[in-house]
Design a protein around this ligand. Sequence first.
Ligand SMILES: CC(C)(COP(=O)(O)OP(=O)(O)OC[C@H]1O[C@@H](n2cnc3c(N)ncnc32)[C@H](O)[C@@H]1OP(=O)(O)O)[C@@H](O)C(=O)NCCC(=O)NCCS
Length: 152
Amino acid sequence: MVDVKIRPIVESDKQSWLRLWEGYLVFYEATLDDKVTETTFSRFLDKNEPVYAAVAETADGELIGMVTWVVHRSTWAIEDYIYLHDLFVSPESRLKGVGRQLIEYVYGVGKEINADRVYWHTQVHNHRAQLLYTKVGWRDGFVVYQWPQSKP
Ligand SMILES: CC(C)(COP(=O)(O)OP(=O)(O)OC[C@H]1O[C@@H](n2cnc3c(N)ncnc32)[C@H](O)[C@@H]1OP(=O)(O)O)[C@@H](O)C(=O)NCCC(=O)NCCS
């Protein structure tokens, strides 16, 4: 275990968060228009947006992980669902419990807002992530489809 504090993201985290975000996009071999990243970050700070982020901060102020989530309505519950959107721990800080703490932080938010559930996707071949996920959640068996075809 590494001693980290999981806390909501703030404006001054931007540069450190961008480094984590870049690592996350590299992991997914993805590129995003800077405008998308800028908009996403500004939504974290906007109280009127249902888009949130938290970061894992070490005792010396380094950000080594991040999680983002979206709160949305459901037709299957009166309470909202939380979709855990992005999760990333910097490579040198992995296997020390940070990923688990980031997920559990979102569970804490779920309890606070009385969410019906927290759920997320992962790629079938992301075995490392699934080694964690099977310990903190259960696999619901749904398969994800999307449109349009041209999007990766
Ligand atoms: C997935 C990811 C967030 C996990 O973060 P992490 O900080 O390493 O995770 P943790 O240390 O909290 O948990 C890892 C768990 O998986 C288990 N685990 C991971 N790799 C393992 C391995 N090779 N063998 C055995 N167990 C393993 C650990 O035992 C640990 O379980 P524990 O909490 O009971 O000790 C991190 O690997 C990452 O950022 N990966 C790249 C991006 C990514 O895949 N994001 C998720 C997209 S859905």
